[in-house]
Ligand binder design. Structure first.
Ligand SMILES: [Zn+2]
Length: 162
């Protein structure tokens, strides 16, 4: 699959990622989906609600949001209701990797198990020294065993078909 990302949406993700630096940001992508293409029409920034209660491993520093995010299911459901009311759906989520490469971590894989399906995009925005760097997108396949990278096409807004 290819994720079609209007330049405006890509810029919104980059700006969100820079604004929460050095912490990770998190948000959702709202849009349309068919067999070949996913198109992100709207970026919904959410709060990174990471806290000790959602610790995944005993070695976790429960207070740091620098290498992890937590997408609150209540935020997800609210965004999903709004998307559906507008005739759209949640096609993916994004988060940032402050001073790290835009490749999913093992923590991302564990945390992603409950989100989306095999066509759900996991977008990662790298940020280096506070400045947005590369953006990648991933699909969780083989029943959550591994991520594979998907193509991202950044297009000018006027070329986005609704
Ligand atoms: Zn990550």
């Amino acid at each position: 699959m290819t994720l079609i990302l209007p330049a405006k949406a890509a810029a919104a993700i980059a700006a969100h990622a820079e604004s929460t630096y050095p912490d990770e940001c998190v948000g959702l992508l709202i849009g349309t989906l068919n067999d070949e293409y996913k198109t992100a029409l709207q970026v919904v920034p959410l709060e990174n609600r990471w806290s000790g209660q959602v610790q995944l491993a005993p070695t976790d520093d429960p207070l740091s949001r620098r290498d992890r995010f937590y997408l609150d299911p209540r935020d997800y459901l609210r965004a999903e209701r709004e998307a559906r009311a507008g005739g759209y759906e949640i096609i993916g989520c994004y988060h940032s990797h402050p001073d790290a490469i835009a490749v999913p971590s093992e923590r991302d894989r564990i945390g992603a198990q409950a989100i989306g399906g095999s066509r759900f995009s996991f977008v990662i925005q790298a940020v280096r020294s506070g400045v947005a760097a590369e953006l990648t997108s991933w699909l969780l396949v083989n029943e959550g065993v591994r991520f594979i990278e998907e193509q991202v096409q950044i297009v000018p807004a006027e070329r986005v078909a609704r």
